[in-house]
Write a protein that binds this ligand. Structure first.
Ligand code: BYC
Length: 323
């Protein structure tokens, strides 16, 4: 935990021990001393990640009641429940840094903490359920697999389980799109239209370009992030192009082509002004997402009250039993 040691000497020794742990690529654990800025960076990133999982339930959740078959409904229901679980692991990891779940929730509802820009775009057709699985979860895996090696123990361990589940999510999305591509012309057109809408916002999920990413340098030095935003975006494009070919869809970027010299695909520039606008709250669904979240929180007040009353009673009974 962060402390303010009285002796300057002790401060130096604590900092040196922290630096050595980072240099060895070992984990920092909740009871270890850590610089206040490291703790703040982790709270910011883990909370934003947790909020994204919870808000991320909304675009797909809206389709549960309209799933085209019992099988699709069961799959979608399981996926959306997994996202709730991911949010909970991440809130728990964040709580080990000395911030409560209630505070984190308040920071989200008051707009002081962000969530991923991608969830401010609507899911307009059932093909979007597939595209979210394939592209959004694909981007999430690309970004999150390296986070299994992040320097903060509880975050890295939460990411291991989350990544396993995200892989299932991506496969179900791809399988859904593959099924639609084998269907009618109208279904194929629906898939292409969905991919056209999601492609650029998905590239924006990786954050601003490296030269405009104020947090990257420090997060990389501390091992909180393992790769820069642009490195991961490139990895995602390289991974996705052959998948799009196998699926039979076109990615909506006229500049997309293999660059033999670089050994990577070249691709066009996302509209960074759009990302800035969405992050500032002016995306297509920001107002709706926050209103829904606020209403869900208020509707759940009775559950929190009941759970606290039950915990208090059980606690009292345990203490009486121990006497
Ligand atoms: N959207 O200096 P930068 C999921 C903010 S969950 C919104 O590069 P950093 C899923 C950034 O926070 C997906 N804000 O920041 C769930 C910073 O603002 P503050 C979520 C963004 O932290 C359910 C400012 O812009 N994944 O996939 O070094 C269903 C400057 O950016 C965005 C995670 O959270 C954005 N796209 O890098 C399906 C992964 N990009 O905080 C799927 C963990 C940037 O200074 N997080 N900002 O006010 C990360 O890897 C990093 O935090 C980021 C940004 C790459 C996102």
């Amino acid at each position: 935990m962060t402390t303010t040691p009285a002796e300057p000497d002790l401060q130096e020794r604590l900092q040196a021990a922290f630096d050595a742990t980072i240099a060895r690529n070992d984990r920092i654990e909740p009871r270890d001393w850590m610089p206040e800025d490291y703790r703040r960076t982790l709270v910011r990133q883990i909370a934003q990640h947790a909020h994204s999982e919870i808000i991320g339930m909304q675009p797909e959740g809206a389709w549960i009641g309209r799933a085209p078959s019992l099988r699709r409904k069961a799959i979608l229901l399981a996926k959306v429940q997994d996202e709730a679980g991911h949010g909970l692991y991440l809130y728990s990891a964040c709580e080990t840094l000395g911030v409560s779940r209630a505070e984190l929730n308040e920071l989200l509802l008051s707009g002081r903490q962000k969530y991923s820009s991608i969830f401010n775009y609507p899911a307009l057709s059932y093909a979007d359920v597939g595209t979210i699985g394939w592209l959004v979860d694909g981007a999430a895996i690309c970004n999150q697999v390296p986070l299994c090696r992040t320097s903060y123990g509880p975050y890295g361990r939460a990411m291991i389980r989350i990544c396993k589940e995200e892989s299932f999510h991506q496969r179900q999305g791809y399988e859904l799109l593959m099924t639609m591509m084998r269907g009618t012309d109208a279904q194929r057109a629906m898939v292409q239209e969905s991919v056209d809408r999601f492609w650029w916002p998905v590239l924006m999920m990786f954050g601003p370009p490296d030269d405009r990413s104020p947090n990257s340098a420090r997060s990389l030095a501390w091992g909180v992030k393992r790769h820069s935003n642009d490195e991961l975006r490139q990895r995602f494009v390289d991974m996705t192009v052959p998948q799009a070919e196998a699926l039979g869809v076109t990615l909506p970027d006229p500049e997309l082509r293999w660059n033999e010299e670089r050994g990577h695909h070249d691709f066009g520039e996302p509209d960074w002004a759009e990302l800035d606008a969405v992050i500032r709250g002016n995306g297509p669904c920001n107002t709706q997402r926050m209103a829904h979240r606020r209403a869900a929180h208020e509707d759940g007040a009775w559950v929190r009250e009941a759970a606290s009353a039950f915990a208090e009673r059980t606690d009292r009974a345990d203490r009486a039993g121990a006497r």
